[in-house]
Design a binder for this molecule. Structure first.
Ligand code: GLU
Length: 437
């Protein structure tokens, strides 16, 4: 939707708005706005804005019926100015180069805002993993890492799980990479199973980080969480645990949406989140889940517009656009997903006084514990879950306080403040390293 229509929403200043759904252009629009706030020169912008390296590979696999299927795999390394590039691998039919470029870009600034010594990357395969057998999925995962083994490595670029990829897939990838290099190299990938060098706490890390953000924002706003309600879009690894942490803190989680639909309740105590998690553990999705007093709206997107205090979009990009931004009732949005709000929708919400904890800060708990996993792999010494959570919480708390301080001092949104903090760190590292001839 690029053209303006008669129904195109306008901001208070009267500027008409429509959405650009190209994730990379949206990411760059955020960067440009922050660059203007900082007053970056053209040379400084050129140094850090565009991705460093893009690799595209053909990923052939043999299907169970003997046919050969060809998929397209991508890996974008946006920056390694502050450390090895870092970021997940996504298996999804809608993966595109622009999407992966955007996600890699966000990883650079996510690591910088959390102040962990890593750069940004992202990978993806254009595939519907649900259409593959377990054996085909294993072949795809192993072949992916093989095709990218020249650009990936424990000191070069370290992948991790993302949408539709998990610990088992990371294990296959680590195994393939290690066997091909003739070494045991657990630090090449994070989000692994505990048995082969994964970190305790990694599975719930992104959601724990989202929750720490919500808790600190609630404190800042003078809220008591037990009096608040929430809705969560997405019930995958991020959404499900974010809902659970909110539920355990006494927040009434009144709406959940996953690929099977929306689940909403009027009940004061909200949905039975532990029961929903158990259901997903047994069935894969929420399809068929029933609970007394719970209804399923026809349009799962309506969960976004529920009359709740806290909204956690934890699915994909571009979910809150100019077409639904005016209908959002929550006053605090915690971006569990990457890029769930288009830039124009972001402006509408900001003008309406909605507090948005931006993705690069809000969901950085995942990559923070990935970093801690990598540190443990490099040491060959493993921490207790308590120690991991403590380290992560310290890193997140510092990051949130830094962003809040800049936001208040400069009177800018939390998103712009997060970018201001992150861009300055990436720029500084790039400038100190300088130009090699
Ligand atoms: N895929 C996650 C993200 O978008 C985690 C990346 C990582 O751990 O490297 O932040």
């Amino acid at each position: 939707m690029n053209a303006t229509s008669p129904n195109t929403p306008t901001t208070k200043s009267g500027v008409s708005m429509s959405d650009n759904m190209n994730a990379f252009q949206n990411a760059v629009a955020q960067f440009d706005e922050a660059a203007k706030i900082i007053g970056l020169t053209e040379n400084q912008i050129n140094l850090i804005k565009e991705p460093q390296k893009i690799t595209i590979a053909k990923i052939p696999i043999r299907r169970d019926n003997g046919d050969i299927a060809i998929f397209t795999g991508l890996r974008v390394q946006h920056s390694s100015a502050r450390g090895p590039a870092k970021g997940g691998i996504r298996f999804h039919p809608n993966v595109s180069l622009d999407e992966v470029k955007a996600l890699a870009f966000w990883m650079t600034f996510k690591c910088a805002v959390a102040n962990i010594p890593m750069g940004g990357a992202k990978g993806g395969v254009i595939v519907d993993p649900k259409a593959l057998s377990p054996h085909e999925l294993e072949s795809l995962s192993r072949r992916y890492i093989l095709e990218f083994s020249d650009v990936i490595g424990p000191d070069r670029d370290i992948p991790a799980p993302d949408v539709n990829t998990n610990a088992q897939i990371m294990a296959w990838m680590m195994d393939t990479f290690s066997l091909n290099k003739g070494d045991y190299l657990p630090a090449v990938i994070t989000g692994k199973p505990i048995e082969i060098g994964g970190s305790l706490g990694r599975k719930e890390a992104t959601s724990r980080g989202v929750f720490i953000n919500v808790k600190m924002m609630a404190q800042h706003l003078g809220w008591t969480l037990t009096e608040k309600s929430a809705a969560v879009q997405g019930f995958g690894n991020v959404g499900s645990y974010a809902a659970l942490f909110l539920h355990e803190a006494g927040v009434a989680v009144k709406g959940i949406a996953d690929i099977s639909g929306g689940y909403i309740t009027e009940k004061k105590e909200g949905l039975n989140i532990p029961a929903m998690l158990e259901w997903v553990g047994d069935h894969g999705t929420l399809e068929g889940y029933t609970e007394l007093g719970v209804t399923s709206p026809d349009d799962p997107m309506s969960v976004l517009e529920m009359d709740v205090d806290i909204l956690v979009p934890a699915a994909l990009e571009n979910q809150i656009t100019t077409s639904n931004a005016h209908h959002i009732k929550a006053t605090l949005i915690a971006e569990g997903a990457n890029g769930p709000i288009t830039p124009n929708a972001d402006h509408i919400l900001f003008e309406r006084g909605v507090h948005i904890i931006p993705d690069i800060l809000c969901n950085s708990g995942g990559v923070t514990v990935s970093y801690l996993e990598w540190v443990q792999n490099r040491m060959g010494y493993y921490w207790t879950e308590e120690k991991v959570n403590e380290e992560m919480s310290e890193i997140m708390t510092r990051a949130i306080n830094e962003v809040l301080k800049v936001s208040l001092a400069r009177k800018i949104s939390l998103r712009m403040a997060a970018f201001v903090v992150a861009i300055q760190r990436v720029l500084k590292a790039s400038e100190i390293r300088g130009m090699y001839l």
